[in-house]
Structures are given as C-alpha cells and as structure tokens.
Design a protein around this ligand. Structure first.
Ligand SMILES: Nc1nc2c(ncn2[C@@H]2O[C@H](COP(=O)(O)OP(=O)(O)OP(=O)(O)O)[C@@H](O)[C@H]2O)c(=O)[nH]1
Ligand SMILES: [Mg+2]
Length: 319
C-alpha cells in the first residue's frame, strides 16, 4: 500500500485511479492505504459544488477548470452520482476544450456512483478526496447533485461550499429547507443569461439574512456557463477571497479540526457496525433472535452489553 501511495505522491494518475477503485470496493487494505495517503496530504483546497439536477454544475466546473489551469493550478474533479454525465453539456458545446482537459496531465476527472455500499457514498467520496490530496492538486472540486443527507455530509469536508442556483427554478427554497444555506460560503447564480436573475438575487439576499452563517457573509456571483462563458474571473476571485479568509482567520483551522473529530467518530462507527454485523451473521442464535424479536430496544441493548463484555475480556487478556 505504501508503494501505491508513493506512486500517487509522484503524480501517477493511474495509481490514483486504482486507489479510488479500491476505496469504492471497500478493499480489505483500504484503511492502510488511506492512512498512507493521509500521511502524504499536501493541503489542496477542497471546493464542494452542489445544486439541483441540470443547474449547470458540470458546465460550470468545466469552465472553472480552464480558468484554474490558466492560473497554473493543478485540479482534480470528483463528480458524485451525476444524473447526467460529466461535461455532457460542455461536450456538445465544445468538444475541443473538453478534450484538452482529458489529456491535460494536471487535470484528473473521476465519477463516483456507489450508492448502497457499506459505509456509503459520502464516506467513499471523502476518502477519494484524501487520495487526490496526496497527489498534490491545488484544487479539488467535488460536484454533487441535490440536497440529500449524503450531499450534506460530503459538503462538510469541503473548505469552500458553493451552491449553484438558477433563475425561476424554485430550487432556492428546497436548498433553504435542507439546511444548505447555513453551510454555503458561495452562491453561484448560473444561467445568468436567463430572465429572473435579479429576482433570484433579491430572494437569496433575504434568505441569507435569515439563515445564520457564522463569521463569513456568503458571496454571490453570477455566471453563464455556455460556449461564451462569463463571470468566471469573479468566481475565481470569490474562491480566493474565501480561501484567504480561512487561512487568515482561525475559521479554517477550526473547520478542519471539527471535520477530523467528526471523521474519527464516523470511522469508528463504520468499523464497529461492520464488526457487529459480521458477528451476527455468523451466529445462528443471534440471527434467529433478530428475525424473531418484537422489541428492538431490548435486543440492541442485550447485544451491546455482550459486546462491551467481550471487549473488556479481550482487554484483560491483552494487558
Ligand atoms: N442558458 C444557459 N444554459 C446553461 C448554462 N449552463 C449550463 N447550461 C445548460 O444546462 C444544461 C445542464 O447542464 P449541466 O452542466 O449538465 O448541469 P448539471 O448541474 O451538471 O446537471 P446534473 O449533473 O445532471 O445535475 C445543459 O444543457 C447546459 O448546456 C447557462 O449559463 N445558461
Ligand atoms: Mg453534472
């Protein structure tokens, strides 16, 4: 695993792709690999980009890649469970430009769609981000669709959370209800070529005042992500502004600490659940109990006590 991690650190994209596949498939040596990768983290800036299906996230990301490359930044893109293939819109509009991204050795694009795996998509995505960080990208963009719990969870690992809204789509209220307002650092009003963008901006400003966002007033930029893009210099400035805020205030440090703490608990939870699941599945009596119980509280409690007892005895024999 250390060798694979080394190859990634030496900017081998095939090794990176392989590591992400191992993460997705929950490879037995996944945790060792992740630990080796974590030791090689290089401090990329993570940008989560979320929004309703069809808001133009992929088209936008495509233009953002171009801009970041113009600034000589290395960039990785993880598209989570995309409903339309990454750059679908962009491919139609400009095949040549996308082609450039795919052959650019400083751009890495990966789709992830592994809903239902034990541990979940959010977990796998976070681990894939870590793998990209070991490669030495300057920016890692994570595109997620919609406003479910899993998206919210992924957003929690981002340094900068960007929410894409479009005029007259009604998605702003959904975003508000889902609690995404509170974690947004940046609102991108895409499709600014369509009518209704003024109204959207007004609505947004009202909602920003209602939602409490500690410390940093979310920035708003308007973009057009079509063949003739506009607003991308402003978008880049906004990203840099938020990044600078995180670097210069205690907020960035605090954010990472909270995230790490959350991850420790999450990893323990994931592993414990797997272990317990395995024990139950290999024990006929327990399986029967599970099938026949009419009191989930009592059974869960009984098994938890058994589990604690088992650990204590193991602890005793180890020490
Ligand atoms: N008018 C207009 N259309 C846009 C703009 N940006 C994207 N589109 C179009 O919107 C459609 C959806 O674009 P995508 O980039 O695939 O959107 P997405 O948010 O990635 O979609 P999912 O991944 O399916 O959620 C495409 O037909 C784009 O050409 C824009 O600024 N203005
Ligand atoms: Mg997309």
């Amino acid at each position: 695993m250390d060798q694979l991690a080394s190859r990634i650190e030496n900017q081998d994209q095939r090794a990176l792709a392989r590591a992400i596949t191992m993460i997705e498939n929950d490879h037995p040596e996944k945790l060792k690999l992740l630990s080796d990768l974590n030791a090689r983290k290089q401090g990329a800036h993570y940008i989560g980009i979320t929004g309703s299906p069809g808001a133009g996230k992929s088209s936008l990301v495509d233009h953002l890649i171009t801009l970041l490359r113009e600034h000589d930044q290395k960039v990785a893109i993880i598209a989570v469970d995309p409903t339309s293939p990454f750059s679908g819109g962009a491919l139609l509009g400009d095949r040549v430009r996308m082609h450039k991204h795919f052959t650019d050795e400083h751009v890495f694009i990966r789709s992830m769609a592994t809903r239902g795996s034990l541990g979940g998509l959010a977990r796998a995505t976070k681990d894939a981000i870590r793998a990209c960080d070991a490669y030495g990208f300057d920016y890692i963009l994570i595109e997620t669709v919609g406003v479910g719990q899993s998206e919210l969870d992924i957003m929690k690992v981002a340094d900068t959370t960007a929410v894409v809204l479009t005029p007259n789509s009604g998605d702003i209220l959904q975003i508000f209800k889902a609690g995404i307002m509170e974690i947004a650092d940046l609102f991108i009003l895409n499709k600014a070529d369509l009518p209704g963008v003024r109204k959207l901006k007004r609505q947004l400003k009202d909602l920003i005042h209602i939602a409490s966002n500690d410390g940093f007033e979310p920035l708003i930029v308007e973009t057009i992500s079509e063949a003739q893009p506009s607003g991308f210099d402003e978008l880049f400035d906004a990203i840099v502004k938020h990044k600078t805020y995180l670097d210069e205030s205690q907020a960035g440090k605090h954010k990472r600490e909270t995230q790490l703490e959350h991850e420790v608990y999450e990893l323990i939870q994931e592993q414990l659940l797997k272990d317990i699941h395995q024990v139950i599945q290999s024990n006929e009596h327990m399986k029967q109990q599970l099938e026949q119980t009419d009191d989930p509280y009592r059974l869960a409690n009984e098994w938890l006590l058994k589990w604690k007892d088992l650990i204590q005895r193991k602890d005793g024999s180890d020490g």
